[in-house]
Design a binder for this molecule. Structure first.
Ligand code: ZN
Ligand code: ZN
Length: 377
């Protein structure tokens, strides 16, 4: 089969590799589409893990083979089922799981889906092997929904998990900094919970989209801290109950800390790079380009004003059924977020575009075949 193999920093190659062999109770899934995720981009561009690997973990496809053996999940799955995959499932019983810190669970950190080499998701290939310990996370895609919608369950899950980390009440006001695909999901999910969203981004085009996704107010990111003027500014800025930082910008964190009121929360969603030396400048690249890097925190704002700085990483397996209802019912219509689908052979181009989004690009998918042209929405 064909697969895109990570061979080193920024080195993705279309290669021919064996179709994965499956063992007892495992599934072989023919990949239909796989989303390009910022966490994969980080690994590809910074060499965070050793090659070779086949990345891609936001995968949807069709079951083409089921391994035999005792306790086979034949009752739940059959050949031909269209499914969305979930590559991390926590053990449920360890210290971290009991504290609901699933992303810290050792079992969770094991990747249970592979197209070959060290398991890394495998979605940038024609077929993936799904191991038994992640089967509880596999979701069937209803007939009326597309594979692309199935591939969006994983990122939506990470967003819903983060929202659940916040102590919000209906009517509260929340800043969502960054209106890329993830930021727009935050905006919509918060709006569905009757939260009033102040959406910020550097691109006017994305602020227009944010309005469509339910933002009550929008603001260009570089005008967030300026005082006075503008629609709704006085009404909102002094009364934010929380801020979600969906761009890897330290300055956005500093601003957010000033803007949330006492007892409020600031949640980091995009600061995934360790030891980042103030990574972004006005000339910087990627999702946060244009935000100026600088983080300083008056600790009295934590102690006296009782503002919390929290983070959220990866998904919460226990939310998966709720996420599936949200996406497949189209209350959160993820189809509007998908702007490009690249053929497998052009995975490197898909990753490059996702890393430096254009005015018209949001979520980017890779199709599990080399024989389709780049499709734009
Ligand atoms: Zn992802
Ligand atoms: Zn655990």
């Amino acid at each position: 089969m064909r697969a895109v193999v990570y061979r080193g920093v920024n080195d993705l190659r279309l290669e021919t590799v064996p179709v994965p062999r499956i063992g007892p109770r495992e599934l072989l899934v023919k990949v239909a589409v796989c989303g390009v995720c910022p966490t994969d981009i980080k690994k590809i561009q910074h060499g965070a893990v050793p090659p070779p690997r086949i990345f891609g973990h936001e995968t949807a496809g069709t079951i083409v083979k089921i391994g035999g053996g005792a306790g086979v999940h034949a009752s739940r799955f059959k050949i031909g089922d269209r499914v969305a995959l979930h590559h991390h499932v926590p053990c449920g019983g360890c210290h971290f799981c009991r504290h609901r810190a699933f992303a810290q669970c050792a079992a969770y950190k094991r990747t249970g889906i592979t197209a070959g080499f060290e398991p890394a998701g495998g979605g940038y290939a024609e077929y993936v092997r799904v191991m038994p310990f992640v089967l509880p996370g596999v979701v069937k895609i209803p007939a009326k929904n597309s594979f692309a919608e199935g591939a969006m369950l994983e990122p939506v899950n990470t967003v819903l998990k983060a929202v659940r980390r916040l102590n919000l009440l209906p009517g509260d006001a929340v800043l969502v900094a960054g209106q890329g695909p993830i930021g727009l999901m935050f905006t919509k999910i918060l709006q569905l919970a009757r939260i009033r969203v102040l959406a910020a981004d550097l691109l006017e085009s994305r602020l227009k989209l944010a309005k469509k996704f339910g933002a009550k107010w929008t603001r260009l990111a570089n005008s967030l801290s300026a005082a006075g003027g503008g629609e709704g500014r006085g009404e909102v800025v002094s009364q934010l109950d929380a801020a979600i930082i969906a761009v890897p910008s330290d300055d956005a964190v500093t601003q957010a800390f000033r803007l949330v009121r006492g007892g409020g929360q600031v949640l980091l969603f995009a600061h995934t790079k360790r030891d980042a030396p103030s990574p972004l400048s006005a000339a910087g690249g990627g999702e946060g380009r244009g935000w100026v890097a600088a983080f300083s925190l008056d600790l009295a704002s934590v102690c006296v004003d009782e503002k919390d700085l929290i983070g959220s990483y990866s998904s919460d397996f226990t939310l998966q059924a709720e996420v599936a209802r949200l996406v497949f019912s189209r209350r959160l219509d993820v189809r509007q977020l998908i702007t490009h689908t690249f053929p497998l052979a052009q995975t490197a181009a898909a990753v490059a575009l996702a890393a430096r989004p254009a005015e018209d690009s949001l979520k980017i998918l890779v199709a599990g075949t080399s024989r389709c042209a780049v499709r734009r929405r």
